[in-house]
Design a protein around this ligand. Structure first.
Ligand code: FE2
Ligand code: FE2
Length: 181
């Protein structure tokens, strides 16, 4: 007797599970960024607060993108339980260093999905997940550039943190597409 539930989807159980774990990770990133927005707002870093509000929104979109994919290919997407969100930070630098670490962790996790897809010969999911690989280049780039601002501008110089907060709004990722034209 074949497993009828499995016949309704081309997704293997292993890939379904790993994708649901990613749904959770993106949802958790969204909540973590919201906590960072809260800390920044509380400490007067207006631009950083806005930055993390936008990031939180983006992570939720990432979560929904995977959530919908699982359902679209006949799998069961799981609405994640998210707990233990840290709201305590010692400095603005620590907030951004934590954000960078988080993005690096997400990149690793996305790469693990690609590995699993290759092992399972799941070319459909591998192609779907490509978008996230590109997205992570941008996410890591921006987080890394912002962390660098703390040294470039200098957080201990008078008005340094104010200047860093303002500079954050200007950090953008240039894909180089314009140069290639
Ligand atoms: Fe994400
Ligand atoms: Fe991200």
């Amino acid at each position: 007797m074949k497993d009828l539930v499995r016949l309704r989807t081309s997704l293997s159980e292993e890939i379904e599970n790993i994708l649901n774990e990613q749904v959770k990770m993106e949802g958790s990133s969204s909540s973590k960024y919201l906590a960072m927005a809260s800390w920044c707002g509380e400490h007067g870093f207006e631009k950083s607060e806005a930055f993390f509000m936008t990031q939180s929104d983006e992570e939720r979109k990432h979560m929904l993108k995977i959530f919908k994919y699982i359902a679209d290919v006949g799998g069961k997407s799981i609405s994640p339980e998210i707990g233990n969100i840290n709201h305590e930070f010692n400095s603005l630098r620590e907030v951004f260093e934590t954000a960078l670490e988080q993005e690096i962790g997400v990149t690793r996790s996305i790469h693990r999905i690609v590995e699993a897809c290759r092992k399972a010969n799941d070319y459909t999911t591998e192609q779907f997940i490509q978008w996230f690989i590109q997205e992570q280049i941008e996410e890591e780039y921006i987080a890394r550039r912002i962390v660098e601002l703390f040294d470039v501008i200098g957080e201990d110089t008078p008005g340094g943190l104010f200047m860093i907060d303002n500079a954050i709004a200007q950090v953008v990722y240039d894909t180089g597409a314009a140069a290639a034209e």
